[in-house]
Design a protein around this ligand. Structure first.
Ligand code: SF4
Length: 227
């Protein structure tokens, strides 16, 4: 198990303005630089991953380091793969505490959005780290709960691959499978030859976090029922 502490993240001024939907008029009414500075002071990004090996592949099941995950999409994606990288990333609790205590809905939205951006940037950092450490060209990742095919209940199995996550990076899993701090993400990175995003199999409309267009044909390829 490897822990990356103080993960560098990037909050670019122009990207922040775009994400916060600040046009020229709105930008002049708030100090975006100050907001970024405040968010940065509240964020402590940490990640943990484990180099893991697949020890069994069954029908819609894949066993990783002795833990069996049930997902047809994961199983298909890992068809030619032997080594995977389960991970957990967090930006800590301070920013979300500050946001919920601010009593200002707009400020809350701004801080939450910056937190999401920092979390995404931390994911990119981990992906880059894995590629350079293990000589990999392309990686894709899946998260329990992102698709009906891989339910959130499997989060518990993913956490069982790690020890003392609360002590190591300050993340705990509740009985309802929610991670605390909320601004945390868990999943499995795996080598791939083709781009893959769970969003391609998700028909949800108007999702701010969508990373790739919905592809109905791909659902058929994975033999998934219509949503
Ligand atoms: S489109 Fe949105 S809800 Fe669907 S998998 Fe992507 S991020 Fe998740």
């Amino acid at each position: 198990m490897k822990v990356l502490d103080n993960v560098p993240f990037r909050l670019n001024l122009e990207e922040v303005k775009r994400e916060l939907r600040l046009n020229k008029k709105k930008s002049s009414s708030i100090n975006v630089q100050e907001l970024i500075k405040e968010a940065e002071s509240l964020i402590r990004a940490r990640s943990v991953y484990r180099v893991s090996y697949i020890d069994k592949k069954g029908k819609d099941i894949v066993r990783i380091n002795g833990v069996a995950f049930s997902s047809r999409v994961l199983r298909v994606n890992l068809e030619k793969v032997e080594r995977v990288f389960p991970y957990i990333i967090t930006i800590g609790k301070e920013l979300e505490d500050k946001a919920s205590q601010s009593g200002d809905l707009l400020k809350q939205f701004y801080l939450e959005t910056l937190g999401d951006m920092a979390l995404y940037s931390s994911m990119q950092h981990l992906e880059k780290h894995l590629k350079s450490q293990y000589g990999l060209d392309k990686l894709a990742n899946m998260n329990p709960g992102s698709l009906k095919d891989w339910p959130i209940t499997e989060q518990k199995l993913l956490f069982s691959l790690f020890q003392d996550m609360e002590g190591q990076i300050g993340v705990k899993l509740t009985e309802n499978m929610l991670m605390i701090p909320r601004k945390s993400i868990s999943g499995i990175y795996f080598p791939t030859e083709v781009n893959f995003f769970s969003c391609q199999l998700c028909s949800r409309e108007r999702c701010q976090a969508r990373k790739a267009p919905y592809d109905k044909n791909l659902r058929e390829k994975y033999r998934l029922d219509d949503e």
